[in-house]
Design a binder for this molecule. Sequence first.
Ligand code: ZN
Length: 240
Amino acid sequence: MGAVNDSNQINAKSVPAGLIRLLKAYPDFLDSADENSLYWKDGTVMIYDDGIQGKSHDEMLDDPDIEDMMSQEYEKGSGWSSPPEENFEPGRIRYEPFFKKMYGSDATDVSRNIVSIEWADGSVIQFSSINGAADSLAKAAEELSRLPAEFQKYLKNIGGTFVWRNIAGTDRLSNHSFGTAIDINTKYSDYWQWNRNMTYSNRIPFEIVEVFEKYGFIWGGKWYHYDTMHFEFRPELLQN
Ligand SMILES: [Zn+2]
């Protein structure tokens, strides 16, 4: 095991795979890692495993460590198991301090890095420029706009991008707060909280999902708590 890339050094032999994925995904912020620590370029140290054993899924959602956040592997492409198994939802467990540190700790802080880009339907939308998120979304938008006409209705009248808010019914911040998530047309979307049940349903064509994944976005349609309008910039989960 050598350097992950030119700037990221691995300090020990047994660096968890989850930390290696983070180092590769966020080179602007992260410096290095060892078996239980993540070292930021500004000197901050974050612990990987908080040592708390046997957390339930809800406890992991409410009080995760980085290990919990990286514990489920997102399956890129069409070969994923649909519908998702109970509580299988890679990317939905988020260690909030990690994202606050990169994208901003409040609405004002996040706003400083929000830029406008052209969306697939020609409208102008807002997204964070941090980690190349807005550039990645702009590339996805351009490619989505070239999909055949029958796909365009899903991309019009989008549900939204940047808004500082909690996930409905929780005290947890949505990644819309960081300007790194986009909801496409809600009219064709399925969300477990709207349906008020856990019976999986989806109407978003996979052709759209594939374009987003290509540019570093995970899809909420691959979650047990399904949210099929939701795409979120999480390059650490798309390295396979
Ligand atoms: Zn969303």
